[in-house]
Write a protein that binds this ligand. Structure first.
Ligand code: MEV
Length: 334
């Protein structure tokens, strides 16, 4: 039996980093997906073939005793595999299931670009493992297990990326001490956007830790920046729902400035953000953890111009549909 599951990438519209401290955030799924193919194995082993995760063509076998056997080691694959391994461990524990599986992971989104690949792989692995072993999970359970995977691997993670990879759509997410608030944001007007990305030089874990250190040192100051981001997220939600694109764009620009103040942007991101604005975007900001990775521009009637400007600024542009379907079973073969 074979099961193929896919989950979408995620773009952060508003509120990244601040959401780690409990503010609201807005994020959307994009029309690039990651695919996990699962087959049962009868010896209890978990075998993972990751083709696009971090480097190419690496086969990793996790023995029932916890030993890891790497078929081809290019050095960088273990961090990426950590999400798959943890997702399986948590799902097995949750379901009380020990069956071995063979997983094949392929991604049609660029990895290391800050498009939520770790959330997509966590969520898709949880769902693929549950489905191949004959268990039905609700979206709420998938999102929770996916979030716990990111949390354990990264040390700190909001439920934002895993919620969007699970449910899809354009979502408002606000962590609470119990379950996070996850609500769809209805668009009052289309949101024509372009993503630009450059290679990331730091991980989400490192950037979240960086902000934490800054906050430890300048607590009052950083808390006010976090508060201001939280405030603009609430306004952005209203503006998106009313279709007030001018306000949405201005709030994106303000959000970018505040992320700059947190020290998570860099020159390559700023170059793409300014290039996009000069080419006619009505708002542009870095999107995600920063340290390279991606930016997002709101560009009604200027998609091509903004994409070209991002390319000239040494970024790779992606014109994408926002708010596609979340995790889903693509195929089941008996
Ligand atoms: C990373 O995609 C977004 C951050 O806010 C971290 C998180 O929410 O877990 C930086």
């Amino acid at each position: 039996m074979k099961v193929v599951v896919s989950a979408p990438g995620v773009v952060k519209f508003f509120g990244e980093h601040a959401v780690v401290y409990g503010t609201g955030a807005i994020a959307a799924s994009i029309d690039r997906r990651l695919y996990v193919t699962a087959r049962l194995r009868n010896n209890g082993e978990v075998k993972i073939a990751a083709y696009d995760l971090s480097t190419h063509g690496v086969i990793v076998t996790l023995k029932p005793n916890g030993e890891i056997v790497v078929g081809t080691d290019y050095g960088k694959v273990i961090p990426a595999i950590a999400y798959v391994r943890k997702a399986i461990e948590l799902t097995r524990e949750y379901l009380g299931e020990r069956a071995g599986v063979e997983l094949e992971i392929k991604s049609d989104m660029p990895v290391g670009a800050g498009l939520g690949t770790s959330a997509a792989v966590s969520v898709a692995t949880v769902f693929a493992y549950a489905t191949i072993t004959g268990h039905e999970l609700e979206k709420r359970e998938i999102a929770k297990l996916g979030h716990r995977t990111e949390l354990t691997v990264q040390g700190a993670a909001s439920p934002m990326d895993t919620a969007v990879a699970t449910y899809g759509g354009l979502l408002y997410i606000k962590p609470t001490s119990s379950s996070p608030i996850i609500e769809p944001v209805r668009k009052g007007a289309e949101l024509p956007t372009v993503i630009g990305y450059v290679k990331r030089v730091a991980t989400t874990k490192e950037l979240v830790a960086w902000v934490r250190k800054l906050r430890d040192k300048y607590t009052k100051l950083i808390d006010q920046i976090i508060w201001a981001i939280g405030e603009l997220v609430e306004r952005a939600r209203v503006a998106i729902e009313k279709g007030e694109l001018g306000t949405v764009g201005e709030l994106m620009n303000i959000n970018h400035g505040l992320l700059e103040a947190l020290g998570v942007s860099d020159k390559r991101l700023n170059d793409m953000v300014y290039a996009a604005r000069m080419a006619g975007a009505i708002g542009a900001k870095l999107s995600g953890a920063g340290g390279g990775g991606c930016m997002l521009a709101l560009a009604p009637n200027k998609l091509k111009e903004v994409a070209a400007a991002i390319a000239i600024a040494n970024g790779t542009p992606i014109i994408t549909e926002l708010g596609v379907e979340g995790v889903r079973v693509e195929k089941v073969e008996k």
